[in-house]
Ligand binder design. Structure first.
Ligand code: ZN
Length: 303
């Protein structure tokens, strides 16, 4: 008998990652293709998505394919609207990829896909109301309330990184000032250490130093962690989740980041002695979270 399975494809700034996921949710295979580039013709990216997906097909086609894309996707999952690292602009990507593959295709943004993966098979398994904050170069986010992804009226909810944290603060790539991700991200980590040391270190270098016990690097994570807690308090005040899952490269240090964040969350929230304060926990799924989540969204009919 032919086994049922789905495929997820994550389209990021540099690569296209495809995974095959069994009907029960196990990751069975993966394949990587280069992303054609942010100035490439749009169809080249769709071809890369379809090729990467076919790389993990069994001899019979999957029940459905999910596409996870970094950037803004409309509420229906039909159009990719905008993203700094991909060439698609208001493009009907879902329909085009479905045309190339000849199987049902669903699409969502990468943070929503990662949140669905954590909820289904990761750190938030069994939970119903969860905030996901992904800290990489910037901040990605997603919100699940009552077991459903909250996409907003236009599909672009969860852009937590560009909530204003400091009026008139540091300039952001998005054109605004004082965005949360200017204080809580890989870039913030690099800036804080550069100011303290007078030389530039990359995020992974700061992480390595912090894990060796270097005081400046640890304090840089302390700063980013405190900003994580302060921003998370705003999200907890607004949405009252059971759990906050923290993913992305910067979260790999665990409690070096999460301990100061928990403390700042408590001290930035009203009535903490008289209400449950959700825990901040590291994401369980690594860099495949977006692709796995896309496959699970395809399996679950994009709830
Ligand atoms: Zn911004």
């Amino acid at each position: 008998m032919e086994r049922n399975y789905t495929v997820g494809v994550d389209v990021g700034g540099t690569k296209v990652l495809a995974v095959r996921v069994s009907a029960s949710g196990e990751l069975e295979a993966s394949a990587v293709r280069p992303m054609p580039g942010r100035t490439a013709p749009e169809p080249d990216v769709e071809t890369a998505v379809a090729d990467a997906a076919r790389d993990v097909f069994l001899t019979h086609p999957p029940a459905a394919v999910g596409v996870s894309a970094a950037g803004l996707v409309d509420a229906a999952g039909e159009h990719y609207l905008f993203g700094a690292h991909l060439p698609w602009r208001d493009a009907p990507v879902r329909r085009r990829v479905e045309g190339l593959l000849g199987v049902p295709v669903v699409m969502d943004n990468d943070a929503n896909c990662a949140a669905w993966a954590e909820l289904t098979a990761g750190a938030a398994r069994g939970r119903r109301s969860v905030v996901l904050v992904t800290i990489g170069t910037g901040i990605g986010g997603a919100l699940v309330l009552g077991g459903r992804l909250v996409r907003g009226a236009h599909g672009v909810a969860g852009e937590f990184g560009h909530m204003q944290a400091v009026p008139g603060g540091l300039e952001c790539e998005c054109g605004l000032r004082g965005c949360w991700e200017q204080y809580c991200s890989g870039r913030a980590l690099e800036r804080v250490t550069r100011v303290a040391l007078g030389r530039h270190l990359t995020g992974p270098e700061v992480t390595a130093l912090a894990l060796e016990g270097d005081e400046v690097a640890r304090e840089a994570f302390g700063s980013v962690g405190r900003w994580l807690g302060v921003g998370t308090a705003a999200l907890v005040s607004a949405f009252d989740p059971e759990l906050v899952v923290v993913g992305g490269g910067v979260s790999a240090v665990g409690d070096l980041l999460l301990a100061p964040a928990r403390e700042a969350l408590r001290s930035s929230l009203q009535g903490t002695d008289h209400r449950p304060v959700p825990d901040l926990v590291p994401a369980a799924l690594g860099p495949e979270a977006g692709a796995v989540g896309a496959a699970l969204l395809a399996r679950d009919g994009r709830p």
